[in-house]
Design a protein around this ligand. Sequence first.
Ligand code: HXC
Length: 299
Amino acid sequence: MDTGKLMFREGLLGDRRILITGGGTGLGREMAEAFVKLGATVHICGRRLNKLEETADELMTAHGGKVVPHACDIRDADAIKVMVDAIWAEGGALDGVVNNAAGNFISRTEDLSVNGFNAIADIVFRGTFYLTLEVGKRQIAEAKPCSFLSILTTWVWNGSAFVVPSAMSKSAINTMTQSLAVEWGRYGMRFNAIAPGLFPTKGMSARLSPEGRGGNSNNQLNPMGRHGEMHELANLAVFLMGPGAEYVNGQTIAIDGAGYQATGGTFWPALHSLGDEDWDRLRAMIKGTNEKDKADRSA
Ligand code: HXC
């Protein structure tokens, strides 16, 4: 990201401690960079400690500050507790949490197994809730405010064919955002979400657009004729995390160049005409990516 394009003053997040799930790569890493550049202490978690350590080193070398890596699979509620204990031991309550970790792949729904559904729902739906609950209970006990930000998609409003477990799970987190904004607002906790359009990342492209033909990857169909730039997403995340936005609560804000209004932003247009052979080929490519990532995690 070109951090020169951040619209906020240096030191804006100076006294803040923020946890970003899935912060080692992709959008999570971009938000981590913006937060640390603006002075926050940033905790990042994910499944690959080596990747997280590399990201933490790179960000601290570039911007100074403090980035703390944690190996934590948010599907595992016990592992979340261990990580949150460590964060509290390092400096007590958090000021912000970004629920960014996700899993997704395109598939015809009839080709999914129960395991395939759970591979996504366990991360996006259950894992996000476990983390929110673990942090939220402690914030309540200590009467400390906190900004929770979840990274969703515009499919929370209209669903999306060919990514049904993700669309279902992210819709549930949209509901969590609205519900807890009300229930925990009195504790000074606020819950908002960002629904990004296309901001290309490696993890996303490999699983949602394996041959460059994923549903919303066609820039020509976007009213602005382009995909999003990382600093644009980061600016919105900083705004929602920063001081002065405390009355923004219970909102899901799209940042997609009006792609949602133009086309619905879903995978239907590009994928509905694929046949059995296409899906066999795409599935093999996606599974190849999953296996490679697994090998990286155990390296
Ligand atoms: C059908 C598939 C499949 C495919 C996996 N499975 N890929 N089924 N089609 N293409 C099935 C497997 O066969 C298996 O079921 C089950 O899913 C679990 O597979 P694993 O490989 O063991 O899963 P795991 O290692 O837990 O990996 C989780 C994952 C993977 C979600 C499948 O993609 C992952 O780690 N993703 C993290 C990064 C990521 O996805 N980033 C993109 C996020 S983009 P069986 O029955 O065979 O045991 C996003 C929103 C984008 O979230 C919004 C854009 C606008």
